[in-house]
Design a protein around this ligand. Structure first.
Ligand code: RAM
Length: 918
């Protein structure tokens, strides 16, 4: 009876809680530590915690929070915050809350949740999140030795086209007791694959992220509890070359050839159920061989794999390694050891080829239908020793054969030798290619489309933005940008993925990184890149054009190094990341002062290296224009840009609360630069700058250097150049294009920006697409220019196009006063000529949506504003009576509004709304 009673109570309680749940439409989700979805190995003493509120009721505001951080899950379940319990904090902040509890120890595990109070009631996170600290005690690494094999083997070649076979390492360990928990910390340089008992650990590829290994070395952390068992276990790793051992770059002295032979250091921490602990470390009891199937792996030239040499079961205990060598002790790479705080690459998607054609030579050309980055998986049947050769390229020549001239001397070829044991499925391990077409030779049978699958590889970060509009050209460009950006995320943003370069050029991302942030959650990637840049700074303050400085281009340029500052601002604006500004401020300031002291002459910046790089040339065969009327003065570019960067430094000093001396310094220096700039470059009789290129007028206008009374006159000159001289086309390069679209829109000509965005004649982004581009080209004339420099997958020419898509067309912009989209400015240009736009952006506070549609007499605008945020919404009307909100007359709702500059402005709290304007 008692039992029955208990049981019934249980049912009743469950029913109550289910129905309570059904009513409760507010929840907490996305608990993140340092904005990482899988935070194993946090490398900061005070990590930042963030969450999102999801609600399907409107007007939800957080009023207070309580964070509970516990050292065990049991404690957390009992609400015992033995590490940190904030108590109830009156605050609406929900992102980047700095941990301020007990000191987080070396390799500490932490479990956490959050309780929130909102204007609509109290909520607890159902999700319990977890993070673990990295190796904070450097001494822990001390007795762990770097091991490797520091020789070339038979068949290897140490030359410009180096071939170095992969290193296979193994170590049998004996765990005496039952395992309670286990974590492995691995530094495998250049690239590693890790196995335990034959199973690959993690789904990452091409790990870890590249760095300048003499400055910092990244380790990855994995919880491997479920992989280990009492008794014998086998640890196995394969080491590839990556950027560590490239032996490339024409053997030019200013390009790093190599950091040495591949090497690794690993620690495995095991805790047994009886509470005892054990640490297993790399040492010379590990065995190594280079005599495995990966004969060669070279990022630029490709991978060679001989399946006949497969080492069956090598990574299990069931293998005889008597022919293997003892691993050698080798020197450490030199850099500090840091837990990797940005995701590794992963296979992010698949592409099925769309056609296969036989060539007169008897080879086959495979078309993936998309310029993609990654590799090809092969399915093949044949005899032992048959060789399939895959050669990758971005496009074809007129005769249907591969166009490879633009790859320069990268050989981009994978070779697979069959073992002849039925169906064989293979894909490379340590290389990637940028390609749309593949030439297949040596295939033992007649290949069909089913024999191949393209694997799309880039950093494991989420897609955050969608966009579609009534304009097909704009939609195609968006898609091309999506593929171009993602393909070039390789643990650092690289310029291109195909030719012999693939370098993290700063200038390609100055403003691009900002636009990209709408499409991809690139916060941790760019935070890592700022560290790369900082690590590349010279002792006296110089910043290179490429960082990590694999190519040592220390040219003391302004525009490319300035990316250090603009990317930090982007992280602040888009993700509310204030820490990057605090962290990098001293080194940024050092650079600013260094440039002033060395290159400021008569208050103008004299150093410029690339000009307005890649303006559309007058002839379709040229790389760079030879026409002086198209070229913008380098001193003008450098001085304007330096001024622009000084404004940002002033903003940073204010954010940081730096002393007023700094602010004073930026103020007076920028005033001097502005004055000298206007004296030297402004033509008072014509109201334009220098030789009146769009860029020459655009930079001072966009940067606020033009006296107010002259701004509209200067703008008229820009409009004239774009509209008349260039007949509605682009005439700017990498520099001018960063400001072009927004400036045209914001000074009153959104129709002209739209024209540029929807054109498909030369030069335009649409022209690229019309000529077959499925990514973005390096040159506006990328199909006809000299192959020496025409990558077909380079994102630098995007300029501010994507920012314009989101901020000016969709109307999704973070209010600079409340970074990280705490308040959204929704101010689309409805006057471009577009008839509809559907866009969404997953901000750190939640998903923002803006879908608008214009008909003859009506504008309908559906918007979604995430919980705990608000939006300033601009409607293109001054008539309150013309507006309805969720089918109610605006003046009959509780929403307050005002009329300003021919617009109705509302401030809306969170929620989804339908606005109609007649
Ligand atoms: C090219 C790169 C890069 C650009 C530099 C200046 O070699 O591809 O995109 O930033 O030149």
């Amino acid at each position: 009876m008692k039992r029955f009673f208990l049981h019934t109570t249980f049912i009743i309680l469950t029913l109550i809680s289910i129905s309570a749940k059904a009513q409760n439409k507010i929840g907490v989700t996305n608990l993140q530590c340092e904005m990482l979805s899988n935070p194993e190995g946090i490398d900061v003493v005070q990590p930042r915690l963030s969450w999102q509120i999801n609600a399907n009721v409107s007007d939800v505001k957080q009023t207070a929070y309580q964070i509970i951080v516990s050292s065990t899950l049991e404690n957390l379940n009992a609400n015992k915050g033995d590490l940190w319990d904030t108590g109830k904090v009156q605050s609406n902040a929900s992102v980047n809350i700095i941990y301020n509890g007990k000191r987080l120890e070396n390799r500490q595990n932490a479990f956490w949740k959050v309780i929130l109070w909102t204007n609509k009631g109290e909520i607890q996170s159902v999700d319990k999140a977890h993070f673990s600290m990295g190796i904070m005690n450097y001494a822990d690494w001390k007795s762990t030795r770097w091991i490797g094999y520091e020789k070339a083997s038979a068949g290897d070649s140490i030359s410009q086209y180096s071939k170095l076979s992969a290193r296979y390492l193994r170590k049998e360990i004996n765990l005496k007791k039952q395992v309670k928990s286990a974590k492995v910390y691995i530094m495998g340089m250049g690239l590693y694959e890790l196995y335990i008992n034959g199973n690959k650990i993690g789904d990452q590829v091409l790990a870890p992220v590249p760095t300048d290994y003499t400055k910092n070395v990244k380790y990855n952390v994995f919880d491997v509890t479920s992989q280990l068992k009492e008794g014998k276990n086998m640890l196995g790793t394969i080491l590839g070359n990556g950027r560590f051992f490239t032996m490339r770059q024409d053997f030019k002295p200013y390009k790093i050839k190599t950091f040495g032979y591949p090497k690794m250091a690993l620690q495995l921490y095991v805790e047994y159920t009886d509470g005892t602990k054990e640490v297993i470390r790399t040492d010379d009891t590990w065995k190594v061989t280079t005599n495995g199937p990966i004969l060669s792996n070279n990022e630029y030239d490709g991978e060679e794999y001989d399946a006949r040499k497969e080492l069956k079961n090598w990574n299990t205990t069931n293998f005889d390694d008597k022919n293997w060598f003892q691993a050698e002790y080798v020197q450490e790479p030199g850099g500090f050891y840091e837990a990797q705080m940005t995701p590794n690459m992963k296979i992010m998607g698949e592409v099925k080829p769309i056609s296969i054609k036989q060539t007169p030579k008897g080879t086959y050309i495979l078309d993936m239908g998309q310029n993609m980055v990654g590799w090809l998986q092969l399915k093949v049947k044949g005899k032992s020793g048959d060789k399939v050769i895959l050669k990758f390229a971005e496009s074809l020549q007129a005769d249907g054969s591969l166009y490879i001239e633009n790859l320069r001397d990268a050989r981009t070829t994978d070779v697979y030798t069959l073992k002849g044991e039925g169906e064989e499925i293979w894909e490379p391990t340590f290389v990637f290619h940028g390609f749309r077409f593949v030439e297949v030779s040596g295939f033992p049978t007649k290949p069909t489309l089913d024999n191949f699958v393209g694997k799309v590889v880039y950093d494991d970060i989420k897609t955050t933005g969608t966009f579609e509009s009534s304009d097909a050209v704009m939609n195609q460009i968006f898609k091309n940008a999506y593929w171009g950006i993602s393909g070039n995320y390789k643990g650092m943003p690289i310029d291109c993925p195909q030719r012999n370069e693939r370098q993290p050029w700063l200038g390609d991302r100055t403003t691009g990184a900002y636009g990209e942030s709408f499409l991809f959650d690139n916060q941790t990637l760019y935070a890592k890149w700022l560290d790369d840049i900082k690590n590349a700074q010279t002792a006296d303050g110089g910043i290179p054009d490429v960082a990590p400085a694999f190519w040592r281009y220390y040219g003391d340029n302004v525009t490319w190094p300035g990316t250090y500052i603009t990317v930090a601002e982007m992280l602040y604006q888009q993700f509310g990341d204030k820490k990057v500004i605090e962290k990098h401020y001293p080194s940024m300031k050092k650079w600013v002062v260094y440039m002033e002291q060395n290159y400021l002459v008569k208050d103008l910046m004299t150093k410029d290296k690339y000009g307005d790089w890649c303006v559309p040339p007058e002839s379709l065969e040229l790389i760079h224009s030879k026409d002086s009327a198209r070229t913008t003065n380098g001193e003008l570019i450098a001085s304007a840009f330096y001024y622009h960067l000084l404004q940002k430094m002033k903003k940073f000093a204010t954010i940081n609360g730096n002393n007023s001396d700094d602010i004073q310094y930026y103020d007076s220096l920028s005033e001097r630069v502005k004055t000298a700039f206007n004296v030297k470059f402004f033509n008072a009789s014509k109201n334009n700058y220098a030789n009146n290129t769009v860029t020459a007028n655009l930079l001072p206008l966009a940067f606020g250097m033009v006296p107010e009374n002259l701004q509209s006159k200067v703008f008229e000159n820009i409009v004239h150049e774009v509209e008349v001289t260039y007949n509605g086309h682009i005439s700017t390069g990498v520099i001018g294009t960063q400001f072009l679209m927004r400036t045209l829109s914001e000074y009153g000509r959104p129709d002209l920006s739209y024209k540029l965005a929807s054109n498909d004649t030369y030069p335009s982004w649409g022209y690229m697409a019309k000529n077959g581009a499925t990514t973005i080209w390096e040159l506006w004339n990328g199909n006809t220019a000299d192959p020496k420099m025409n990558s077909q997958n380079h994102v630098m020419l995007l300029g501010d196009l994507l920012i314009w898509y989101y901020e000016n067309i969709a109307g999704i912009k973070s209010n600079p006063e409340t970074p990280g989209f705490k308040q959204i400015i929704m101010k689309p240009d409805f006057e471009t000529g577009l008839t509809f736009v559907n866009a969404s952006y997953e901000s750190i506070h939640g998903t923002i949506k803006s879908n608008w549609k214009k008909t003859k007499n009506n504008l309908q605008w559906n918007i979604t504003i995430p919980a705990n945020t608000s939006a300033i919404v601009y409607l293109p009307s001054t008539k309150v009576s013309a507006v309805t909100l969720d089918n109610k007359k605006l003046d009959k709702t509780a929403v307050s509004y005002k009329v300003e500059n021919n617009k109705l402005i509302l401030i809306l709290p969170s929620g989804s709304y339908v606005l109609n304007v007649k």
